[in-house]
Design a protein around this ligand. Sequence first.
Ligand code: XBP
Ligand code: MG
Length: 257
Amino acid sequence: MTPTLRAVIFDVDGTLVDSEQSGHRVAFNEAFAAFGMPDRWDRTTYRELLAVTGGEHRLRSWFADPRSSTDGDDDPGARAADLHAWKTGWFTSMCRTGQIPARPGVGRLLGDLEAHDIDLAIATTGTRAWVDPLIDARFGLDRFDCIVTGDDVAHRKPAPDAYHRVLEILGLRADEALALEDSPPGLAAARSAGIACVVVANEETDHTQLVDAQLVTSGYGGPGAPMEVLSDPFGITRAGTLSAEVLMRLHAACAMQ
Ligand code: XBP
Ligand code: MG
């Protein structure tokens, strides 16, 4: 029997919200300045650094990079932890003051999924301290049946832990859910948990590593949110909107594979 689509699991950064270049990057740079460090991440450098998920890990890997100012630092781990704590505070206040926008069209999709009785869930590598206030301010926290953050798992994306935890909390099998992601590490996490995945690409997405995606679009579609279908191996949609109906059709096609 074809499994029913019970839940759609959303990534946060880059998928529900436009948060990386004008949000997290700005907060990291503020943290460098507050700690008297000359390091600054420009857009190109930050795009490259997004391959490392989790802000603290990103900082730690930066401190091992010859471009950083910390060559020879005797405790890069402690420095990364301190900077990341400061950055989290700064970014949380950006979230609370409405500086992090939702991706165009995603609000419509959330409402459409609710109207079809499909649960909404979140699997992110971000930090709980800002995830909850951001989701609350932009969408309403109560609408989500489950929110798993980077604080809740041992291994961040591309490991499947966050997705496993969501399925466990919701009591679902992998084939009863669909993931929405924007990046190769997120796609890898969903796929290694056995969950079919739609990539809603953005300007930061590395398109060379999306072959595992069941559908790739350039946005959510609908009024003010143009959407191009970039890869559609199941031949699901040519329509200009990512809707609950499109996701249900995709889910059914994946189940029959
Ligand atoms: C996003 C991330 C996050 C943010 C920073 O990846 O890696 O770490 O960039 O947030 P994904 P924190 O969208 O795949 O979850 O500093 O709170 O870690
Ligand atoms: Mg993301």
